[in-house]
Every structure is written in C-alpha cells, then in structure tokens.
Design a protein around this ligand. Structure first.
Ligand code: NAP
Length: 271
C-alpha cells in the first residue's frame, strides 16, 4: 500500500461545478482536499478522480444555507489542524425584480453568500491565526461594484463579501498576521451558474466578455502568490471595475439601464 505524505489541506465550497470544481482540479496537484456542496454523487466522482493523482480527498454533502448543515462543516474546518486554504465559493444568482422574486430564494441566497461565508471564515481563522499561516479566498463578483436592475440581492450580498474581506484584511494587518485573504471578483464566467437560473448567455454579454473557470482560478491563485487583496480576472473587467469605482452613482445607474435594455425583459444579468 502506498502511503502518501500529508499535504496542506484546501477546503472548497461549491466544489461540484464551475469555478469551485476548477479550484479543486488545480489544487489537487499539491493539496489534500475537502470538497463541499449538495451534489454528493458529483463530489464523490471528483474525489475518486483526484485520489488517483495522490490527493487525499474528503467530501461533505451539505446545504450551506441550512444552519445545522453549515455548523457541521464549520466544526469540521475548525478541527482540521492541517488547514491551509479555504475557498468560499458556493453561490447562485436569482435574476428579476426584487419584489417579484420568491423571498425564500432571496433569503437562502443571503444565508449562503453571507452567513455561510462568515461562519466558515470564522472557523478557518480560528485554526489559521494562531499558526500565523493560511489563506482564505472569498468569491465575490464584479457585481459587488455595480447596481443593476434585477440584481439587487445578488449585488448586495457580493458587496458584503467584498467589504467583509476588506475588513478581515484590516483586522489581520492590525494583528500583524501573515494569514492572507482575497476578494475574487470575476465577471461573466462559463459555468453552470447561468444554466441554473435559465439565462441565455448570448443575451448577457458578447463572447469577448466571457471568462473560463480555468482563467478565473489561474488569476486568483497567481493573485494569492502576489498577496493581492482584490483579484479581478481579465483586463476588460479590471477596466469595468475601475470605471465603476470612478463613476458617480447617477452615471452608473444610467449605464446599468442601457445595459439591462439589451437583456430580455426581466432577465437582467447576475454574474
Ligand atoms: N459564473 C459567473 O458568471 C460568476 C461571475 C461572478 C461570480 N460568480 C460566483 O462564483 C461562484 C461559483 O459560481 P459558478 O459560476 O462556478 O456557478 P456553478 O457552476 O453553478 O457553481 C455553484 C456551486 O455552488 C454550489 N452551491 C449552490 N448552492 C449551494 C448550497 N446551498 N450549499 C452548498 N453549495 C451550494 C453548487 O453545488 P451544488 O448544487 O452541488 O450544491 C456548485 O458547486 C458563486 O459564488 C458565484 O456567485 C460567478
């Protein structure tokens, strides 16, 4: 029997698909993995695939918008002495005017994007800070910087992710900690995200604006090596974010209305 040496552990939420799966693929090369999502079959298939490449892979099927299941994952993270990286990636969109969207769906989104991210970061930092070692990547979005019709809750939760990560950065700096945090802000990315919410990608943006999950993860991991707080993959999106940050609110909202008019009625883009 071959016994592999212990590697640093990376925990990835939303690892069953898209950006999270790509993080798992890239990190499996030199990390052990704990993969979290609801789709157990898919997680187990990935664990089997990565296991043949020398990674120890554990899976937890958990709905992170459920308090009890979230606690189970947080407890597990806090017990992992080898924890090196947490990627808070699980998320979903919900296009449509705020008042027309099922409030239960919006509430679930807030629990997933905010409460889960808060509790899992807390659990991870309880391990990392005393060791003065480790990293957290929080997946926000370009939407964190924009207010667009049909994206009220999604944008607000992603703004929270960005602000929360900034806060952690400041807290860690004040404590002279070497623990690293990143707010990853992708734009439109090919994944299951837009299939889940039945959005036609061609109506949202031109092909040039679409990123691959591979590119997003590659730029994120490079940003981690370079110690960057904000990582925005792709020069087009870096330009978009710079313009959004420099624009007055009235101009942002006017441009957002023009953008939304391109999208079919009521299907404004979450990304
Ligand atoms: N794609 C884009 O254009 C884009 C752009 C900017 C930011 N983002 C962000 O990137 C992150 C990943 O999205 P993606 O594009 O990779 O989409 P995706 O392919 O749909 O992946 C979403 C992942 O989240 C998991 N998930 C959803 N609800 C969950 C829950 N309640 N509990 C646990 N896991 C849950 C899904 O797994 P299960 O269904 O198995 O639970 C899946 O693994 C999200 O935070 C998203 O907001 C995406």
């Amino acid at each position: 029997m071959v016994v592999h040496p212990m590697r640093p552990l990376a925990v990835i939420t939303g690892a069953s698909s898209g950006i999270g799966e790509m993080f798992a693929r890239k990190l499996a090369v030199d990390h052990d993995l704990l993969l979290v999502a609801r789709n157990k079959e898919r997680l187990e298939a990935l664990a089997q695939e990565f296991g043949t490449r020398g990674a120890r892979v554990a899976v937890m099927d958990a709905d992170l918008s459920d308090a009890a299941q979230l606690k189970r994952v947080a407890d597990r993270i806090e017990a992992e002495s080898n924890l090196a990286l947490l990627v808070n990636n699980a998320g979903f969109g919900s296009p449509g005017a705020f008042w027309e969207t099922d409030v239960e769906v919006l509430d679930r989104m807030h629990r997933l994007h905010i409460t889960a991210l808060l509790r899992l970061s807390h659990a991870a930092l309880r391990v990392m800070v005393p060791k003065n070692h480790g990293a957290i990547i929080n997946v926000a979005s370009v939407a964190a910087f924009a207010r667009r019709p049909g994206s009220t809750s999604y944008s607000a939760t992603k703004t929270w992710v960005a602000a929360f990560t900034e806060g952690l950065y400041v807290d860690l700096q004040a404590a002279s900690s070497r623990v690293y945090v990143q707010a990853l802000c992708p734009g439109y990315t090919y994944s299951a995200f837009h299939d889940v919410i039945k959005q036609d990608r061609s109506r949202l943006a031109s092909p040039a604006m679409w990123l691959t999950a591979g590119k997003v993860v590659e730029v994120s991991l490079r940003g981690m090596r370079d110690g960057k707080l904000y990582v925005v993959p792709g020069w087009r999106y870096r330009l978009v974010v710079a313009l959004l940050r420099a624009s007055p609110f009235w101009l942002q909202t006017r441009l957002a209305r023009v953008g939304a008019a391109r999208v079919s009625q009521g299907a404004s883009g979450a990304h």
